[in-house]
Design a protein around this ligand. Sequence first.
Ligand code: GAL
Length: 378
Amino acid sequence: MGWSSWNYYGDRINEKIIIDTIDNMVSSGLRDAGYIYVNIDDGWQKYKGSRADHPLVFDEKKFPRGIKYLADYAHAKGMKLGIYSGPGNTTCAGYTGSQGNEKADAKMFASWGVDHLKYDSCCSHQQASQKVLKQVFGDMSQALQASGRPVVFHACHCGWQNIWQWGNSVGANQWRIGQDISDDFNYPGNREGYYFDVLDMIDRGVGLEQYSGKGHWNDYDMLIIGLHGHSKELVGTGASDTEYRTHFSMWSILSSPLLIGASLDNLTKEDLDTLKNKEIIALNQDALGLQAKRYVSNGDLQIFAKPLADGSWAVALLNRSGQTAHMTLNFHQDLDLPWTKVMVRDLWQHKDLGTFGDSYQAEVQSHEAKMLVIRSGW
Ligand code: GAL
C-alpha cells in the first residue's frame, strides 16, 4: 500500500511534490491506515535518450538534494521510498533505462536506501519473447538481491506474455495484469484503443487467482480514486464517488497492491473516507493473501468472494449495470458454505445486518459493490 506519482503527475515531478506527499500522508492519516510506500515513477532521471549515450543520474533541477535525501526523509517518517527504471535503453517516457547496467543501477538504488523498484519493460520490450523477458527481469531481480538491500520488485509488463505465469519464478513481487488504467469506470471499448477502465481490469483478473499470493501479487494498476478527470497525465473523465468506492472495494478483495494515484491535495472528504475504510483495507491485507474468485456471473450482476484468515468470507456483490438491482447471495448454492446460519456484516455501513439461513438479498445501486463479511452464525 502506498502512493505513486504517475497517475496524476506523469513525469512532472520534483522534490517538493514528494516531500509534500509524504507529509500529507502522515497528516491525513493515510500512512497510519497502511499506505507506506511513496513511489517515484518515470521522470526522475536527468537525461532523455539512450543509455548508451547518457548515464543514469537524477535530474538535479527537479531533485536538488537527490534521491537519498528523499529516502531518508521517508524513513524518518516511518515510510518507504520507491523508484522507477526499466530494462531498455530508454524507459516508457523516453528517459535513460538500465540496459546493460543492472548491477550498477541496483547498487546505486540500494545505496540511496530505496525500498521498491518498478521495472518497466512494456515499451522497450513490447515484442519480446517470454525467454528474453525472463532474462531481463531475472537480471535485475538478481542484481537487487546482490545489492544486499531488501527491495520490493515490480516487474511491469502490462500483462503481456502471461507474466503472471512466470513472474514469481524470476523474483517479481508484483506484476501488472493489464495495460494502463484510465480514469474511467466503464468506458465503451478501450479508450484510445489502449487503456483499461475499472471493469476491464476486473475482467482481466478473472481466472488469474492462482497466480497471486503472499509476496507475488497480480497488480490491477494504480488507483484512480481522487483524479476526478483532472489528471495531468492519464486520460479519462473521472468516476462518481460510488464508482470510486467500487473500484477500491474490488482492488481490495482482489488483493491488488493499493497505490494511490491522485494528488493528495485534491482529495475530497469522500475520497479520503474511501481510501481509509479500515474494514475494506482488511480484506486486502488479510493474512491468507488470497485473490477473490468470481463465483456468480449473471450478466452484469456478479459475485466475487474469498475466504479470510479468521474463517469468515469476504463477498462483493457487484452491479455493473445502469440500474439498481436486487442481488441474492445463496450461501450454499453459490459458495458451497457448510454453515446453517450465517451472520452478515456490511463493510461500508460498518454494521452487522443479522443472521440469515440460506441466502441474503440486497438492493445494489448501479455500479455499486456491496461489500460483506459473512461468518458462521453458530
Ligand atoms: C507505462 C506504465 C505506467 C508508467 C509509465 C511511465 O508503461 O504502464 O504505469 O510507469 O510507463 O513512463
